[in-house]
Design a protein around this ligand. Structure first.
Ligand code: G3H
Length: 542
């Protein structure tokens, strides 16, 4: 392991020096896929999975070959679609007509089956996407908590819906009903969490699901296929693997996908959405790009701002949609802030995901270090300097973070989402400059404000809440806690996710209403007391 200012030459290990319980192992499970309740073994062509983690061998430093996954064709994608459509059966299938209590029971049975596979999934998160051990554990545990919280939120929703509404002349019961077949696609940086934060609410609301893992972060889903197969009726959860245009394009073009839940780039989201033959019928839930700014005001607590910005910009190498991707520092404190930020960055340790205290790890996207370097070179040509020692060093899949100062808002690094460890600091004189940048930005997810002057903060808060969807005071940007709404304006999102919001996103309100006549009241009473209907019911889930 190397600190950022030490010689980073031998950051990659020899295989034998990797602690035995952290070694990657074999992953034949990656050859399997789940369609119509059955886990099949694929005998067609495969995609090789190269870990971002390199190993020093006699041949030199090489990316470790981790395994492979099926490169499915349109035919298998259509089989998955057929299975999901059959299981939904236009809303008449076993799953969409099951009582909420029974669906909850399926999810409750699912949880321990998932927890059993924690170690394998965590290890694959490290090896497939270079996430540190504590972050990989956190991703897994947070996801399981999300599933449990979703169950609690649905119970609460159902309790509220179990009562009748009496309006003059009418009685009614309003509940939430499923929408149909949902296609879930998560991103590579949170391949488990951000797939399941759409998949689980979609499922529990009675929809049937096809999920396609992202390009990186595929194998980690394999240990969980049995848990899905054992916990849910056939066809309720199906997987497809392969290249997006080959397997996803035909699914959307079929017109039989009712909801598209996608976390990724705005460009891909737009292509997918427009492939649907009847776009008005397609509901979209998107988490897209972001360019979250931090603004360091005069009189801010500079130590705190530097610490939060380093963490916010560089945890998991800056590969978070919520990462701080540009910092505006008031010119009066910009030099001091930059020095303090660099001091925080230099404390970071680069190494392998299982190394203790490590935060800078290998990047999984092919060609990413070179692309980041192009952004840095462009900024340097424009007059910025890399002000941290060791910054921009490339070692195979490693990119040592670069702090750029002074950057200007027109540089490419200040316009695009870098999704990597490059931190531009833009000095400003007047908050109006930052507001203009925010208005012109195509993104609007979150911002972080650092300051101690309530008046100056208030002015910015009131403008920023109409530019972004979350304004963080004296702290970095982040998605959690998962009870908070997670969304964005402009090209950053469509729809809102949180534990309770997601249940609404994947369902629609349906009601049974009747004129309040004696006869109708008698009929409804009989349905209730004889428990004839699952929808029209006052049963209470504890
Ligand atoms: O990549 C986007 C994630 O939703 C960010 O979540 O703020 O908890 O890291 P996080």
């Amino acid at each position: 392991m190397a600190t950022l200012i030490s010689n980073p030459q031998d950051v990659f290990p020899k295989f034998d020096s990797i602690p035995p319980d952290m070694r990657p192992g074999e992953h034949p499970e990656g050859e399997r896929y789940l369609i119509n309740g059955e886990v099949h073994r694929w005998d067609g062509p495969f995609q090789e999975v190269l870990s971002p983690i390199c190993i020093r061998t006699e041949r030199g430093v090489e990316q470790h070959k981790l395994g492979h996954y099926p490169l499915m064709t349109e035919k298998e994608a259509m089989q998955a679609l057929e299975a999901a459509c059959d299981a939904y059966d236009h809303g008449c299938g076993k799953w969409p007509t099951m009582s909420v209590a029974d669906r909850i029971r399926c999810v409750e049975d699912f949880i321990p089956r998932v927890v059993e596979r924690r170690d394998e999934v965590v290890r694959l998160l490290m090896w497939e996407i270079g996430k540190t051990l504590p972050d990989a554990q956190k991703e897994f545990d947070r996801t399981v908590d999300y599933v449990r919280d979703t169950v609690s939120a649905l119970k609460e929703l159902d309790r509220v819906s179990s009562r009748f509404i009496m309006e003059p002349g009418f009685l009614a019961q309003i509940r939430r009903s499923p929408l149909g077949v949902v296609l879930c696609m998560g991103p590579f940086n949170y391949p488990l969490n951000e797939t399941w934060t759409t998949l689980i609410p979609a499922l529990i609301m009675g929809n049937t699901v096809i999920f396609k893992p992202p390009k990186y972060g595929v194998l980690l889903h394999a240990p969980l296929l049995e848990a899905f197969a054992q916990s849910f009726p056939p066809g309720v959860v199906n997987t497809v693997y392969g290249e997006g245009p080959v397997v996803v394009g035909p699914l959307i073009k079929s017109g039989r996908i009712d909801v598209l839940a996608f976390i990724g780039s705005a460009r891909v989201a737009s292509i997918l959405k427009h492939q649907h033959p009847r776009p008005n019928r397609l509901r979209c839930v998107f988490g897209l790009e972001a360019k979250n700014p931090a603004v360091v005001l005069p009189h801010a607590d500079i130590d705190l701002a530097a610490k939060e910005c380093a963490l916010g910009a560089l945890s998991y190498n800056g590969q978070r949609c919520t990462a701080i991707k540009i910092i505006f520092a008031h010119r009066s404190i910009a030099d001091e802030f930059s020095r303090k930020l660099v001091a925080q960055v230099q404390k970071l340790k680069a190494g392998m995901p299982w190394d203790e205290g490590v935060s800078i790890t290998p990047l999984d996207e092919e060609g990413k270090p070179q692309w980041l370097q192009e952004l840095v070179d462009d900024a340097v040509r424009g007059g910025a300097k890399v002000i941290n020692e060791g910054g921009t060093h490339i070692d195979h899949t490693m990119y040592y973070p670069a702090v750029l100062y002074p950057a200007t808002a027109d540089m490419k690094i200040c316009q695009v989402e870098q999704f990597g460890p490059v931190v531009p600091i833009v000095p400003y004189d007047d908050e109006g400059e930052v507001i203009k940048w925010a208005i012109d930005s195509p993104y609007g997810q979150q911002a972080a404000l650092f300051g101690e002057d309530p008046q100056r903060l208030s002015k910015l808060i009131d403008v920023f809440v109409n530019q972004f969807c979350r304004v963080n005071l004296n702290s970095q940007c982040q998605r959690g806690p998962d009870a908070f709404p997670f969304t964005g304006r402009k090209d950053s999102a469509e729809g809102t996710l949180s534990v309770s919001d997601a249940l609404r996103v994947f369902s629609i309100r349906s009601l049974v209403a009747a004129k309040s006549t004696d006869e109708n009241e008698k009929i409804v009473s009989q349905i209730l007391t004889e428990r004839k209907s699952k929808f029209l019911s006052t049963d209470f889930i504890f």
